[in-house]
Design a protein around this ligand. Sequence first.
Ligand code: SIN
Length: 507
Amino acid sequence: MSRTRTELVTPPARFTERTGVLIVGSGAAGLSTALALADAAPARQVTVLSRTDPSDGATDWAQGGLAAVTDPRDCLESHAADTLTAGGGHGDPHRIWTLVEESPAAIARLVAYGADFDGDLHLEGGHSHRRIVHAADHSGHTVQQALLGAAARAGVEVHSGTRAVDLLTDADGAVCGARVLRQGRIGVILADEVVLAAGGIGAMWSLTSNPPVATADGLAMALRAGAEVRDVEFVQFHPTVLAVPRTGGKDVLVSEAVRGEGAVLIGDDGARLLAGRHPLADLAPRDVVAAEISAHLRRTGAEHAYLDARGVAGFGERFPTINAMLLERGIDAALEPIPVRPGAHYHCGGVAADLDGRTSVPGLSAVGEVAGTGVQGANRLASNSLTEALVAGHRCGLRLAGQRTVRGEALARTPASLVGGGAIIRATMDRHVGVVRTAAGLAEAVAALDALPAATEFTGDSLDATNMAVAGRAIALAARARDNSLGCHRRTDDARPDLPIYNHIGV
Ligand code: SIN
């Protein structure tokens, strides 16, 4: 059944620009696409949009690193098997193989661009080997800086402060540009090809490791343009987001690498939460750990669990960024356990795409977190996201370099009005579309999202709320349709008696 294609009602466009390839997003996926294009088709005009500034995106914020087989004692088969297992067996084995096979070369490209990684490899949940390439606990910043430096040298234009509002489509339904918001003015950028690399959706929940710009813009724009989506019910919650009120709009992630160095999760009474619950205990895949913490909180009524990192030698030197953020908030991890709760972290599904970025809509590609490629299955293996962004971005750029299509004129689609109520959306997603879900709760979520108040004017806030409502509705509907627990989608009303502990731990 075909969906109605819509577009938001906005003030009139004040400017029109034209480019060859328009890339929406300036993180690892978007810049990798741009760099591959600049290399393979230097004459092609490429424009990259950054909603605020590249340093405000999820790539720059990433702590963990990049999973890849770089140790001769490790092997691709093991990385592929760990990825498939963490993903609940739901991932696409061929695409997973492409990812693991091409990840080492992606890291080598970053090093050639100037990224300086530490010599040792980290261990994170679900991995059978130490294979996380990292730069202390600010790996994402290192990646972002290396890509921005290379993009500047290659002459790629990065337009900060330009937010895509909607995709434009022609009479054939092909994407032919985007409507954008820049300095309070609406404009139009026409393009032969548009690449969505707009990141994730974590800002839809009240506790998240994501930056505030993660308001599901890419997913919502693609839905309005009629693109197919897949696996959108699989939202990964990171087990250890600091459970103190956010400071300056920012929650604090405490990287899984801290557990890789020996930290353990405990309750108020000091008892370990994961001991005996999974063979990998605190380093079980993160859906298992998040569900276990969430069950503990429900059972005990506690506000949070604790991550005890007192046994991690040299915590401050090994994790300088996390340590500084904790100290700023009055927590000394060397002396006291860190209060933590699961927070929204990564969208495993998204705009249906292959690893070359091809979507169901001509003219539209999707790469990185906004894309649902099947690589992350029902639950992403730690540190496989930056590598997917690099690999898919590179492949997408190479594909588009060899492609030149002239698109038709943009045609108006059915108008859709804007809604308000960001706080209502977050409360709804927290309550009904979190770590654990039920059919009744998901139906309530859809009803609450359908009843949001209309926005009185077009503003950044109403655009945030509208995109979150569109995405939230799609996620709640997909979660209601999947009536069994799988990976990071957990249904407490899944009555199957014989589920392995992997899929029903704590429910
Ligand atoms: C972390 O550092 O724990 C996050 C890494 C990831 O999400 O891959």
